[in-house]
Design a protein around this ligand. Structure first.
Ligand SMILES: [Zn+2]
Length: 309
């Protein structure tokens, strides 16, 4: 079976908040098994804790924001995707602001941070949600469906009404290798007109040509930052993984999403939670190859990792 994992030791990084444009420090700490991912606002008296869970999602307009009462933390999705992709089930994230830093607009800096300190396997089995019957949500032309499948598969398509971009699609069986090599480095993106409007509203102050690909009317303004020719759909896949992680378990199923975004992704997550007859929990045997690869990538052997638990 696969066991739950946490980060091996505390790790921290600093960056700019997308909304405020101000510096933000975060620190990731190991956490007990079955505790999941929790965020702590260290800048607020009493250090309020917000668990990364679907019921705590309070806003999905520009990013995924979780909250409890008046306390919120936004732009959690790239860090959550890094946790899911690296197989981290339990961690505490201390945040000194109302948002997770945008870093380079992708999840790669968080993946590298986890790789630097390594991971530790815990005793309890990792939980998976196995989709047994289709679960579907729709919002006009936007659709997101989870279908039964042998493993986790992602099929995602986006379309643009734009002069030189018509659409992009991505369909692959998910694996740790795919996440690390093909998904985690995809940067966030926006259209120049939207960026200008957001700025005029005092939003996305921390957005820059270093942390977002900006699509102009006739060309990509900072095309030199592109890591993949189909980077935009890959970033949507990254966002989707971060959003699905709010289920609090691995997913065994095929997600098919067309034009979906944070809002519809969260509706799908909520529908899964509200439809327990359509899925079941299970523990899955470890995939030896992937585990070997992942641990070699983080610089430790599986035996060392398990011995440390
Ligand atoms: Zn994103």
């Amino acid at each position: 079976m696969q066991r739950q994992k946490t980060i091996r030791e505390a790790a921290g990084c600093s960056g700019t908040g997308l909304h405020t444009g101000k510096p933000v420090n975060i620190r990731i700490l190991p956490a007990d098994e079955d505790s999941g991912i929790s965020f702590v606002r260290t800048d607020i008296p009493g250090r309020p804790v917000i668990k990364a869970a679907s019921e705590n999602v309070v806003d999905t307009r520009l990013a995924t924001t979780i909250g409890r009462g008046s306390v919120t933390i936004s732009t959690v999705e790239h860090l959550l995707a890094a946790f899911y992709g690296m197989g981290i089930d339990n961690a505490i994230v201390e945040v000194g602001s109302c948002e997770i830093p945008i870093m380079d607009g992708s999840a790669e800096p968080f993946v590298n941070l986890i790789r630097e300190v390594g991971m530790r396997a815990q005793r309890k089995p990792k939980k998976f949600i196995i989709i047994k019957k289709p679960i579907k949500v729709r919002d006009g032309k936007k659709v997101a469906i989870l279908l039964p499948a042998r493993d986790f598969k992602i099929t995602y398509s986006i379309t643009f009404e734009h002069s030189f971009l018509s659409g992009q699609s991505f369909s692959k069986m998910y694996s740790d290798k795919i996440f690390i090599n093909e998904i985690c480095g995809a940067k966030t993106f926006g259209f120049l007109k939207e960026v200008e409007w957001l700025r005029s509203q005092g939003l996305a102050i921390g957005g820059s040509l270093e942390n977002a690909i900006v699509i102009g009317d006739t060309s990509i303004i900072n095309a030199d930052l592109l890591r993949y020719p189909d980077e935009f759909v890959r970033h949507k896949v990254l966002d989707c993984i971060g959003d699905l992680s709010l289920l609090g378990a691995g997913v065994i199923g095929h997600i098919i999403a067309d034009k979906s975004g944070h809002s519809l992704n969260q509706r799908l997550v909520r529908k899964v939670i509200e439809s327990p007859s359509r899925w079941s929990y299970a523990e899955i045997p470890a995939n030896g190859d992937d585990e070997e690869y992942l641990y070699s990538e983080v610089g430790i052997s599986p035996s060392l990792c398990y011995a440390a638990s």
